[in-house]
Design a protein around this ligand. Structure first.
Ligand code: PEP
Ligand code: MN
Length: 352
């Protein structure tokens, strides 16, 4: 997604590039990624750190959960071979932070699942108190800005420097992505927390490698402060998040294609808003598709139970309720009625 008319500028020095495999899988894998990042840095890219998952928080049991302490050993070896390349891992318990600090890991992030639990966040903050480190805090899985800010406040109170990472939100339908970007949330976060740096993790938003660069470009257009990208020498063999990891070549191409523009002109502000409207409309369509899917299922039930397609009482209640919901959200109730009449016509058509 390249916008027309923007002047291309080099990647600014303050922009953080963090990249690496979803999970540390072997010394060879980490060495290949480290060599790639080292090469990019030599070519002038502001590579900040190599990321790698050591303990993997899996949604369901029975999947690969990371190599743990063994992976910390590989990372120590990488540090010896690439002393100028800081290493960054996810921590989820005080035991993780202790082991990682002992192994000389330079940077940490807190993952989306961990951020959702204030007890765990507080325990982590206490375990890092006095370390003077910067902690990257991913957004919680749910679109809850207060929970995200609350987690960052706990780390700040423990004396850490804090930066946010936007990785999208779990929704029942985030198509075509894995997680819904809901860009209005990181934008609102930046407005509420002046000076907070917000990075974007396009890999976990995308879920598939082919969407990563368009999301990365949008993050740049929205003035995010860096990117955290999953990178694997052979993504198809990855033990976690195989579909979304980029090869080193694809990552180089992504960087070469990123377009940084002068952002303080009227047309660029307009362009940014247009992109946000595009994304919102995409979400709207996904929600409608889900609604019509439910309508189709209802059609089957009505047919099986020999019920009529149009149930007038139910439809009148629906219409009045939608108008009321619209009013409560500051929308014109008459507009809501027009919209739902149109949706209803299509629903009846589908069921017939
Ligand atoms: C990850 O970065 O590999 C990860 C597990 O991320 P998240 O917490 O955003 O799902
Ligand atoms: Mn991952």
């Amino acid at each position: 997604m390249r916008t027309a008319g923007g002047t291309r500028l080099p990647i600014p020095a303050g922009f953080s590039l963090i990249a690496g495999p979803c999970s540390a899988e072997s010394l060879t894998q980490l060495r290949t990624v480290a060599a790639c990042l080292d090469g990019l840095r030599r070519r002038g890219y502001p590579v900040e750190a190599l990321r790698a998952g050591v303990w993997k928080p899996r949604t369901r049991p029975g999947h690969f959960e990371g190599y743990g302490e063994e992976a910390l050993g590989w990372l120590q070896q990488i540090k010896a071979e690439f002393p100028d390349l800081p290493l960054m891992i996810e921590v989820a318990t005080p035991a993780h932070t202790q082991a990682a600090l002992k192994a000389g890991i330079d940077r940490f992030w807190v993952g989306a699942r961990t951020v959702s639990n204030p007890f765990t966040v507080q325990a982590l903050a206490d375990s890092l108190r006095g370390s003077g480190l910067t902690i990257r805090v991913k957004n919680p899985v749910s679109p809850d800005l207060a929970l995200w800010i609350g987690a960052m406040e706990r780390f700040e109170k423990a004396g850490l420097k804090v930066e946010a990472v936007h990785r999208g939100f779990g929704m029942y339908n985030a198509a075509p992505y894995r997680n819904a970007p809901l860009w209005e949330l990181p934008i609102e976060l930046k407005q509420r927390c002046a000076g907070l740096r917000v990075l974007c993790d396009p890999s976990h938003i995308a879920g598939q490698a082919r969407y990563v660069s368009e999301i990365a470009q949008l993050a740049v257009d929205l003035e995010m402060d860096g990117l955290m990208v999953e990178l694997h020498p052979a993504p198809e063999t990855a033990l976690s998040d195989a579909a979304q990891q980029l090869t080193p070549e694809a990552f180089s191409d992504l960087l070469a294609g990123l377009c940084f523009k002068h952002i303080h002109t009227n047309s660029d502000r307009l362009e940014t808003l247009r992109r946000l409207i595009d994304e919102t409309d995409r979400e709207l369509i996904a929600v409608l598709a889900h609604r019509f899917d439910l309508v189709r299922q209802m059609g089957t039930v009505k047919k099986e139970e020999n019920l009529s397609v149009l149930q007038l009482n139910r439809w009148q209640t629906v219409l009045a309720q939608r108008a009321e919901w619209a009013r409560a959200s500051g929308l014109n109730p008459e507009f809501a009625k027009t919209l739902f009449r149109c949706i209803h016509t299509e629903s009846v058509e589908i069921q017939r």
